[in-house]
Structure formats: C-alpha cells, structure tokens
Design a protein around this ligand. Structure first.
Ligand code: ADP
Ligand code: MG
Length: 156
C-alpha cells in the first residue's frame, strides 16, 4: 500500500500491523522485526508514554543478538545507549529533548558508514530532519494491555 506520509511529501508503505495483548507478546514481535532489519537502518518509534516503545526495543535488540532483554533500558537520561561489543546497535530516547534536533547533534549522523542499527524513541521529535529512508513504528495504547503496532517504511 502506498500513500502520502505525514512527513512532508515523503512516500511511505505499510510493512506490518499487529495488536499485542501483553508485554511478552510485544517483545516477541520485536524479535520478529529484528530478523527483517538490515543495517544501516534507522528506526523511529512513536507513541505516548507507556505505549510500549522500550518494550518493543527490548525484543528488537535481543533479536539482533546485541544484548539481552534485561540489559535494554530506557535511555531517557543518558540519551543514547550502545549495545553489543562491536557497538552496532544504538538506542536513543528523545523524550527530554527540547525542540527539533537532527541526527548530527545526537552524534548519530554517520550510522550508514558504520552499518549500524539506530532505534529512536520519540522519533517524531526529529521532525523533517531525517535525510535518509527509515522505518517508522507507531505504537498506540488501546486500553488494558492491548497495543497496536504499525510499521511503515518511509522513503528519503
Ligand atoms: P514507552 O517506552 O512507550 O514509554 P514502555 O515499554 O516503557 O513504554 O512501557 C510500557 C508499559 O506497558 C510497561 O509497563 C509494560 O509492562 C506495559 N504493557 C502492558 N501491555 C503491553 C503490551 N501489549 N506491549 C507493551 N507493553 C505493555
Ligand atoms: Mg520508553
């Protein structure tokens, strides 16, 4: 399915949609997603507090073999966590960031030369400052333990 993305005029296509019913199910879905992520890869996670972004990242990082689920915690104070001995998986959280930032000021600009995977919670705070194609994951709290997870590919 192709349609206009809300990010300017960029094209996006929906890759997957899933409703999970527990944190464990969301972690498992993250592991499924990891199989399909080919570095260099930028993943922007959107959704309100408690939507399950960090929970999904646990599954993605574990699925990539970069760290165990328990080692993945929210980087909201440190801004960026690095997982794996080769430093190929970065996990950022822009929740406390004021105003628009770009990847350069976050120290994440040369991710393609490093063949890294970069997972960014509150990715919407990057606004239009994303010059490369990326995967956007939108998470929505449906009440109780239900979460809708929508995955889109957004072209550069
Ligand atoms: P975010 O990073 O979006 O703020 P977190 O992953 O830190 O969200 O927190 C999600 C919270 O919701 C956790 O306490 C988790 O246990 C709970 N939860 C309940 N159901 C789900 C679900 N289906 N998927 C993910 N988290 C869930
Ligand atoms: Mg979080």
């Amino acid at each position: 399915m192709r349609r206009q993305s809300p990010i300017g005029n960029r094209q996006s296509s929906i890759l997957a949609e899933r409703v999970t019913h527990s944190p464990e199910e969301t972690v498992l879905f993250g592991r499924e997603i990891a199989v399909h992520l080919q570095p260099p890869c930028l993943v922007l996670l959107e959704g309100e507090l408690g939507a399950g972004k960090t929970t999904l990242v646990k599954g993605i990082v574990a699925g990539m073999g970069a760290a165990s689920e328990d080692e993945v915690t929210s980087p909201s104070f440190t801004l960026v966590h690095e997982y794996g001995s080769s430093g190929k998986v970065y996990h950022a959280d822009l929740y406390r960031i004021e105003g628009a930032r770009d990847l350069a000021t976050l120290g994440l600009e040369d991710l393609s030369s490093q063949a890294a995977t970069v997972l960014v919670e509150w990715g919407e705070k990057l606004g239009d400052n994303v010059p490369i194609s990326c995967v956007k994951i939108r998470m929505e709290h449906l009440g109780c333990d239900d979460r809708r997870i929508l995955i889109e590919r957004v072209e550069a």
